[in-house]
Design a binder for this molecule. Structure first.
Ligand SMILES: Cc1cc2nc3c(=O)[nH]c(=O)nc-3n(C[C@H](O)[C@H](O)[C@H](O)COP(=O)(O)OP(=O)(O)OC[C@H]3O[C@@H](n4cnc5c(N)ncnc54)[C@H](O)[C@@H]3O)c2cc1C
Length: 280
């Protein structure tokens, strides 16, 4: 299809406010290292609209790049022509089920919104990273985000109970069950987690929730070497088991950059620093 005809054709099934007029802001990544091009940038408001879009692009051989918060840092959400499918308008918290310890959300829900919704219900959604104010659950799943709490709660792969995905030809695969003890058959969700948008568009997810910690202790430690840091990690894991949530190693060089930028003094002078968090 002639690229100039794509936008008018999309109006057959998308409303005018689902197709962006000025799309330049969506074509460059966070660090401004990559800038792409797109024949159309769309923000569908429903799963049905995503299905129609995918079917149309499939039939007309138009490439589609899914995009969440565009915080992925390596340019994977920057399009090279075709349609840029931004999920920002698909952003509802669909339901929270305390008995199942689970929340079901649209893929475009911002991570921090999901954390806050869980906290308001007296639960913890533990994925936490510096981009949490703008990255989206779909993006977190598509790149299997890790963040600060992996030691205790695992990566996004460990936090997803069910997925809803639109396949390239528009077919909807929906497995949004909150069942923790699902032992049957193939587990398709693991194909899509970490697939970076190459296998389909994630439109919804059911995620695990946990108890909110009652006590949190944060500790800053200076050590002489990475070997010493590993020794400390081994010791703390032996003493505190899963109560160790975070253990971040920071070099003197990186800490100096951060300290210069923020104007906050360095807590101790050492070649290596560890920021660790214990929660109970
Ligand atoms: C300051 C900062 C700190 C960070 N810290 C960490 C960290 O500690 N740990 C960590 O793992 N990562 C970290 N990241 C990177 C992190 O992976 C992203 O912030 C986040 O997980 C990506 O989500 P996003 O919505 O921005 O996805 P995007 O950047 O928009 O997309 C990322 C990939 O997922 C695909 N995609 C997006 N949405 C969908 C969807 N709905 N369906 C299918 N495919 C989709 C895109 O095509 C692309 O391939 C950090 C980033 C920043 C800017």
């Amino acid at each position: 299809m002639n690229p100039q005809h794509i936008k008018p054709a999309l109006l057959q099934f998308l409303s005018t406010d689902e197709i962006l007029e000025d799309a330049s802001a969506w074509l460059t990544d966070q660090r401004r290292r990559y800038t792409g091009t797109a024949d159309a940038v769309v923000q569908p408001k429903s799963v049905a609209a995503v299905q129609k879009l995918m079917r149309f692009c499939f039939e007309n051989r138009i490439p589609v790049t899914p995009q969440g918060g565009n915080t992925g840092l390596c340019g994977a959400a920057v399009p090279e022509g075709g349609v840029l499918l931004n999920l920002s308008k698909l952003n509802r918290i669909r339901s929270i089920n305390l008995a199942d310890n689970a929340v079901t959300v649209d893929a475009g829900a911002v991570l921090q919104t999901v954390q806050e919704a869980a906290a308001a219900a007296g639960r913890l959604f533990p994925l936490s990273l510096a981009s949490e104010g703008s990255c989206q659950i779909g993006g977190n799943i598509a790149c299997n985000a890790g963040g600060l709490n992996v030691l205790r709660y695992g990566t996004m792969r460990d936090l997803v109970l069910g997925l809803e995905v639109v396949l390239p030809d528009g077919e909807l695969v929906s497995h949004l069950h909150p069942l923790h003890k699902n032992t049957t058959g193939y587990d398709l969700r693991h194909l899509f987690i970490g697939s970076e948008g190459t296998l389909g568009v994630i439109t919804g997810a059911t995620l695990k929730l946990f108890a909110l910690p009652k006590t949190v202790e944060t500790v800053w430690v200076g050590v002489d070497s990475i070997e010493q840091a590993v020794e400390l990690l081994t010791l703390v894991q032996g003493g505190f088991a899963e109560r160790l949530c975070s253990f971040e190693l920071v070099s003197r060089f990186a800490l100096a950059l951060s300290s210069d930028f923020s104007g906050i003094g360095q807590p101790v002078d050492a070649p290596w620093h560890i920021l660790l968090e214990l929660a109970d």
